[in-house]
Design a protein around this ligand. Structure first.
Ligand code: 5GP
Length: 118
């Protein structure tokens, strides 16, 4: 199946607690933590505990999980005081410049973002 190459990444170590992270929120399905190389004054990632490598591998089985990740992104953005808005990004694959193959939602805020992205 298309999940044959489902390998753990560095994010699995954050999930199991063997790699420290600045965790902003966690629940039974996901966690949110600060990006180690922030591209904005506020930059955090929301990841599922379940290893889905990339958004392009999502199916109808993942609908509830994907919705949950976005709602957590919104809630943590509010908790972080991003009242003037923010950017939500999911990078997929080579053209999307994905570097970690464990699905993650980026939230960036605290400065003006430009559009279109590079
Ligand atoms: P991607 O390019 O795959 O969309 O983004 C991966 C993100 O994960 C990058 O922004 C990178 O800085 C972040 N990242 C990579 N390794 C670690 C880590 O060990 N800890 C944290 N907190 N973030 C990481």
């Amino acid at each position: 199946s298309r999940f044959r190459n489902k390998k753990p990444t560095i994010f699995s170590k954050i999930i199991d607690g063997t790699l420290p992270a600045d965790i902003l929120y966690e629940d039974s399905k996901c966690l949110a933590f600060r990006d180690v190389n922030p591209q904005a004054p506020v930059h955090f990632l929301v990841i599922p505990r379940f290893l889905l490598p990339r958004i392009s591998q999502a199916t109808s089985e993942h609908v509830q999980l994907l919705g949950h990740l976005l709602l957590v992104a919104r809630n943590v953005a509010e908790q972080q005081g991003l009242t003037d808005g923010y950017r939500v990004v999911i990078n997929d694959g080579v053209h999307g410049s994905q570097s970690v193959y464990h699905l993650h939602v980026h939230v960036l805020g605290g400065r003006q973002m430009s559009w279109p992205p590079g």
